[in-house]
Design a binder for this molecule. Structure first.
Ligand code: PNS
Length: 161
C-alpha cells in the first residue's frame, strides 16, 4: 500500500492545491495532507482553522486525511509511515526551491522520495499569497478558492464577500 504526504502551509488552501490533492489521491492508496504549523511565521489562519477548512473542502475524497505537523517534514513523513512526498510545480521558478527541498529531504532520510505533479495551466499563476493580497483589498477571489474559503478570507480582512 502506497501512502503519500502532500505538505504545505495552506494559508489558505486554493483550487490549485485542491487539484493536486485530487490527482495525488488517484495515484496513491492513501494521501495525508500535512499542514505545517510554522511558529516562526504568523499565518492568516490558525493551524486549527486551516485543518478544519481542508477537512470541509476535501470531504468527498475518501482516501485523504488532514493532519498538522510541526518540525521537519521528513520526520512527519516517517512518523506517518509514508514513503513519498508530493509537491506541485507551477512553473520553472518553483523548481530551484523544490529541488533543493527534495534533495535535502532525501539526504535527511534516504528512503523518502519526492514526486512532482505539474500544476494545470489554469492554476499555474495561483498562490495563497496572491489570494491573501487580493482579498485584503476586497478584490474578487471566487475564481481562486472555494466559496467557504473566500468567505472566511474576506472576514479575516474585514471585507464583505
Ligand atoms: O506551501 P509551502 O509553504 O511552500 O510548504 C513548504 C513546506 C511546508 C513543505 C516546507 O516548508 C516544510 O515542510 N517545512 C518544515 C521544515 C522542513 O522540513 N524543511 C525542509 C528541510 S530544509
Amino acid at each position: 500500500m502506497k501512502r503519500a504526504i502532500y505538505p504545505g502551509s495552506f494559508d489558505p488552501v486554493t483550487y490549485g492545491h485542491i487539484e493536486i490533492i485530487k490527482r495525488a489521491s488517484e495515484i496513491f492508496d492513501e494521501l495525508i495532507v500535512g499542514v505545517l504549523e510554522n511558529r516562526a511565521k504568523t499565518p492568516l489562519f490558525s493551524i486549527d482553522e486551516r485543518v478544519n477548512i481542508l477537512n470541509e473542502v476535501l470531504t468527498d475524497l475518501d482516501n485523504v486525511t488532514v493532519k498538522s505537523y510541526d518540525g521537519l517534514l521528513v520526520d512527519f513523513t516517517v512518523q506517518e509511515n509514508a514513503g513519498v512526498i508530493v509537491r506541485g510545480l507551477r512553473a520553472v521558478t518553483d523548481f530551484d526551491y523544490e529541488l533543493q527541498l527534495a534533495q535535502t529531504n532525501r539526504v535527511l532520510h534516504k528512503e523518502i522520495d519526492t514526486v512532482f505533479l505539474a500544476t494545470s495551466l489554469r492554476y499555474a499563476y495561483l498562490s495563497s499569497s496572491t489570494v491573501r493580497e487580493v482579498a485584503s483589498y476586497g478584490g474578487d477571489i471566487e475564481k481562486f478558492v472555494p466559496p467557504l474559503v473566500a468567505e472566511m478570507t474576506y472576514r479575516k480582512f474585514g471585507q464583505r464577500s
